[in-house]
Design a protein around this ligand. Structure first.
Ligand SMILES: O=P(O)(O)OC[C@H]1O[C@H](O[C@H]2O[C@H](CO)[C@@H](O)[C@H](O)[C@H]2O)[C@H](O)[C@@H](O)[C@@H]1O
Length: 248
């Protein structure tokens, strides 16, 4: 698929009506061997800033990562950021980070996570405010065993937490808040409100954001179903930032 096919098929709202809500890993940037090994390609930040300007600031990143990490990779780029799948939201640059009230992680779960990665060399734990991720990209054969160990743990917690399949990772997450609720929260405030969301993601966690965007008359796109890969998405975003590829 060429980069020109993608926008031609879409009834993209004009810039004054569009709000871009973009996932980070596997969407804006290519997947890397480790979470900190991600490379932001040259020119991406500048293109996103130009796109944000063209859309009256209505550009947000909606990520599973903590907001601080998005700030590290894309400093000063998005107007708003939702982190940790919507558990933390900053609605404007330099604004306060709003955090949902979260249940404490049950005692012993982090020790269990440490024991699991010790038992599976190459696996690693990524701690988040409200849960953790077990990454097994360096030991793919451990994926099944990690799931088998984690699932009973979250099942015993009575629904407060759930196990999320991610890319070569299992994430223990708080239930009830997701990228769909993040899209709703972002779209309820200026400069997003009154616009149509254009959400782009690549992973299972992005399905909530995609559904929410579509349900509210916007556009939800998933890599690779709708866009082959992050490189094609970046080319499209560059074109939109420069003013080409818009409908009409
Ligand atoms: O919602 P996203 O912005 O797409 O973040 C999803 C998760 O991304 C990171 O993990 C994934 O990307 C890593 C870097 O490419 C990769 O090494 C790992 O295997 C992937 O699972 C991040 O570490 C997680 O916290 C995010 O939830």
């Amino acid at each position: 698929m060429s980069s020109s096919v993608l926008p031609a098929r879409l009834a993209l709202p004009e810039p004054s009506r569009a709000a871009f809500l973009l996932d980070f890993d596997g969407t804006l940037v290519d997947i890397a061997p480790t979470p900190e090994g991600v490379v932001v390609p040259p020119g991406l930040a500048e293109a996103l800033i130009r796109l944000r300007e063209r859309c009256g600031d209505a550009l947000a990143i909606v990520s599973g990562r903590p907001i601080a990490q998005i700030d590290g990779f894309l400093p000063g780029v998005p107007f708003a950021v939702a982190g940790e799948h919507g558990l933390a939201i900053r609605h404007e640059p330099d604004g306060e980070i709003e955090r949902a009230t979260l249940p404490p992680l049950p005692q012993g779960w982090l020790d269990r996570a440490d024991a699991l990665i010790a038992a599976h060399p190459g696996a690693r734990v990524e701690r988040k405010h409200s849960g953790f991720v077990l990454h097994y990209r360096a030991c793919p054969e451990a994926g099944g065993a990690l799931e088998a160990a984690l699932r009973p743990l979250v099942d015993e917690a009575g629904g407060a937490f759930h196990l999320q399949a991610a890319k070569m990772a299992w994430e223990v997450r708080v239930s009830g808040i997701d990228k769909g609720s993040a899209v709703r929260a972002l779209m309820a405030r200026a400069p997003f409100t009154g616009r149509l969301p254009v959400f782009v993601g690549d992973d299972i966690t992005d399905e909530d954001g995609i559904k929410e965007a579509r349900a509210t008359g916007g556009i939800g796109l998933r890599i690779p179903d709708d866009i082959p890969d992050p490189e094609v998405l970046r080319r499209w975003l560059h074109a939109l930032a420069e003013g080409s590829g818009w409908a009409g």
